[in-house]
Design a protein around this ligand. Structure first.
Ligand SMILES: NC(=O)C1=CN([C@@H]2O[C@H](COP(=O)(O)OP(=O)(O)OC[C@H]3O[C@@H](n4cnc5c(N)ncnc54)[C@H](OP(=O)(O)O)[C@@H]3O)[C@@H](O)[C@H]2O)C=CC1
Ligand SMILES: O=C1CO[C@H](CO)[C@@H](O)[C@@H]1O
Length: 384
């Protein structure tokens, strides 16, 4: 099978998420990293790209990359957009319009209207527009989803999602360039922490429960005075299958490292998974005993078996979760090229529709927070 060509925008030297993408895309040998516009400073982007082996396909800007790749017969099969939020819409739109498949970092856009435009564009061009809710690539997250879908815990009554970390707890970080943009309304829009991390947790709740969020009520606060946008939020929500949702997200929770956790409580069982110990899933059957499911145990579910690489007992981590998103996309691109059906266990990568739903939730959280927790419709107008 011929390798697919992969390119990246953003994710330059010292960036937070660039290395995880490069590790994830390279892991299974499906993609060759051949092109990039890795930094917003042209020289730095070209120099770093060349160090990464991109030679004349290390571009100084995404516009140059779009022009250069469009002109090539061996143009990239997939472009990852890993720049700060405010640039996602413009870059994703331009590449989709020119016939490229895109994996866009979250949040996909800054507004609901932009999100709708991307969804329509992906549908009309027939190109893949995925959104990097990369934590849904963890093998045991996929297994939780499969367990819920096959009825192992019965009808889901309640889902509790958290994404709380303490990395922005230092008020002295106001000028840190890696932190500053995350609380600047001009660069992130109406929400900081919910749009940054809360949407991962909310999307994961939907992904695992197989339901969409319909309504929500939010309490948003900025614990560090100088911040205009929230660094902590508590969100109650309801889903279209009747499940009640609770979500806490925070960036000032010192002692929490990367606290993405999901608990799902059904009529006949409960599940608990935490990203900091991603190789164990706790399952409590009604009237049974607490069981620990280990990633890599044989025959868990097709979705879990497909996404597990190293032997049971050897920890797998976040770049391998990203690798599972990339292997889904490799399969999707091959199916697109060959006109063949996809393995259903691989057809799980998050879509532009998910990015749009998150944007609608972001706006509902921001508005509800300003209205003392009023319950608001959380669906994008397109899906009402
Ligand atoms: N899915 C996930 O789990 C995660 C997603 N993210 C998302 O990824 C995105 C990037 O976040 P993160 O890596 O933390 O951000 P960083 O600020 O750490 O890095 C951003 C990178 O993009 C470069 N850049 C900025 N503007 C452009 C541009 N116009 N063209 C090319 N490169 C550009 C920056 O260059 P320079 O240094 O010169 O500014 C830098 O290399 C965000 O949208 C964030 O929400 C982040 C972490 C995890
Ligand atoms: O998506 C994300 C996941 O986690 C990080 C926090 O540790 C965020 O900064 C980021 O944007």
């Amino acid at each position: 099978m011929q390798k697919l060509n992969w390119g990246m925008i953003g994710g330059g030297e010292g960036s937070q998420i660039g290395p995880a993408h490069r590790l994830g895309a390279g892991l299974d040998g499906a993609f060759d990293f051949v092109a990039g516009a890795l930094d917003h400073r042209p020289e730095a982007g070209i120099t770093y790209g060349q160090r990464m082996g991109l030679a004349d396909r290390a571009y100084g800007s995404w516009q140059d990359m779009l022009a250069g790749e469009t002109a090539r017969p061996d143009r990239v099969d997939l472009v990852t957009v890993a720049t700060p939020n405010a640039t996602h819409f413009e870059i994703t739109k331009a590449f989709l319009e020119n016939g490229f498949n895109v994996l866009c970092e979250k949040p996909m856009t800054m507004t609901v209207e932009e999100g709708e435009e991307i969804v329509k564009l992906a549908r009309s061009t027939g190109k893949i527009c995925a959104v990097n809710y990369g934590y849904t690539g963890y093998s045991l997250v996929r297994h939780m989803r499969a367990m819920v879908a096959r009825g192992d815990i019965g009808k889901v009554r309640l889902v509790k999602a958290e994404f709380a970390h303490g990395h922005h707890a230092d008020a002295a970080d106001a000028d840190n360039p890696r932190v500053r943009w995350r609380y600047d309304p001009a660069q992130v829009g109406v929400s900081a922490q919910f749009a940054d991390c809360g949407i991962h947790a909310m999307h994961m709740a939907s992904f695992v429960c197989g339901q969409e969020v319909t309504r929500l009520s939010a309490d948003t606060v900025s614990c560090i005075d100088v911040r205009v946008l929230e660094d902590d939020a508590m969100v109650n929500f309801r889903m279209d299958g009747g499940t009640v949702g609770r979500l806490w997200t925070s960036s000032i929770a010192l002692g929490r490292q990367h606290g993405l956790t999901l608990q799902v409580f059904g009529e006949t069982g409960g599940l608990r998974w935490a990203q900091e110990q991603p190789n164990q899933l706790y399952h409590m059957p009604l009237n049974g005993r607490l069981q620990v499911i280990e990633r890599g145990e044989g025959n868990l579910s097709p979705e879990a078996d497909r996404t597990s690489r190293v032997t049971v007992g050897h920890a797998e981590g976040m770049p391998l979760a990203f690798a599972n998103i990339y292997s889904d996309l490799a399969e999707a691109i091959r199916a697109q090229k060959e006109g063949s059906p996809m393995d259903p266990a691989a057809n799980l990568y998050p879509r532009a529709e998910d990015g749009l739903r998150s944007m609608a939730a972001v706006y509902a959280v921001a508005a509800s927070g300003q209205q003392d927790g009023a319950w608001l419709d959380a669906r994008p107008p397109m899906f009402r």
